[in-house]
Ligand binder design. Structure first.
Ligand SMILES: [Zn+2]
Length: 316
């Protein structure tokens, strides 16, 4: 069963979208006039069709890409694939990243594709400039220019194969400055310092992340993947005092954490600084919805995490 059903509730029109998803039917209500009901996926990746069709060739040229997307079973989608899935899952808008390509030409092409996608789906796609940390100073100049061209943030900033070395560090600080000046968020890949290994997990220490936060006052920072667990330390008074505009996204949570994490994180952080991000096409949004329900999150908290916090942050 799938389709639209218009309901009249206290005189206010509502639309219920019924979507068949795997073995269950997801019901999503859109309040027609309420922005706060918007579902925003803060963490998705798309690739130009030529990268998808020629994956092996691109993997040969880029060790980090090979590491994460080298296997044909690692899913990739183009803009159409993303928007189709958003329709199926009832997602209104998605923050979209590319990949931190080492090759400057490929990086430029992939970022241009994000802007093209925005031009085709202006109401659905919120593109972030995805920089390469491998290049020289031009990376930082390009990031600044891209924000004038329509990019709405910088991210996912990641160094999948190199770790946080001195070169990456100075580039990261320069990018943060660009984001601060433009008043846009920067989303940084983060991962746990403990636990199992998986493609994309780098040697990242929480104290480095913390140093970055301390050195970038004024930056609106989103740490991906629950900040590699950094949120726990917001229980420390000295940490909580320093954190002003730090957000955490939920990307890849079902692969990493038990569904208790949503409620525990919300207890520590409060309702406003958690952003739903799926890491689609890695995981579909409905899986997160199920986990939030299993984890006992109130409807109010789910509403905030699934969209309201993102709308405020991005002024959507
Ligand atoms: Zn990531």
């Amino acid at each position: 069963m799938s389709g639209w059903k218009i309901l009249l509730q206290k005189g206010k029109p509502r639309v219920t979208l019924l979507v068949r998803q795997e073995d269950s039917i997801i019901t999503k209500e859109h309040g027609l006039s309420k922005v706060s009901d918007m579902i925003v996926d803060f963490h998705t990746h798309i690739f130009p069709p030529e990268v998808i069709s020629d994956r092996a060739e691109f993997a040969n040229r880029d060790p980090a890409f090979e590491h994460i997307y080298g296997s044909p079973s690692a899913r990739m989608v183009d803009a159409e694939g993303l928007v189709e899935a958003m329709d199926e899952e009832g997602v209104d808008k998605a923050v979209v990243f590319g990949f931190p390509w080492a090759d400057a030409g490929v990086c430029k092409m992939a970022n241009a594709y994000l802007l093209e996608a925005k031009a085709r789906y202006p109401e659905r796609i919120v593109p972030f400039y995805t920089p390469s940390l491998a290049g020289g100073k031009q990376t930082v100049r390009r990031a600044a220019r891209s924000l004038d061209e329509g990019m709405q943030g910088i991210g996912e900033v990641a160094f999948y194969t190199s770790g946080m070395g001195r070169r990456q560090w100075s580039k990261l600080l320069d990018l943060a400055e660009v984001a601060i000046e433009a008043g846009v968020p920067l989303l940084l890949h983060a991962n746990e310092s403990v636990g199992h290994n998986y493609p994309g997990k780098t040697d990242m220490r929480l104290r480095d992340l913390w140093r970055f936060i301390e050195q970038t006052e004024g930056l609106t920072l989103v740490l991906a993947h629950w900040g590699g667990g950094l949120f726990f330390y917001e229980l420390m008074k000295s940490v909580a005092k320093r954190v002003t505009s730090l957000y955490y996204d939920t990307a890849a949570s079902p692969f990493l954490y038990s569904s208790k994490v949503y409620r525990i994180a919300a207890d520590i952080l409060g309702p406003e600084r958690i952003l739903f991000g799926s890491d689609f096409p890695l995981i579909r949004p409905s899986r997160y919805r199920r986990e939030m329900e299993e984890g006992g999150l109130s409807e109010e908290l789910q509403r905030r995490i699934m969209g309201e916090n993102a709308c405020k942050l991005l002024q959507l």
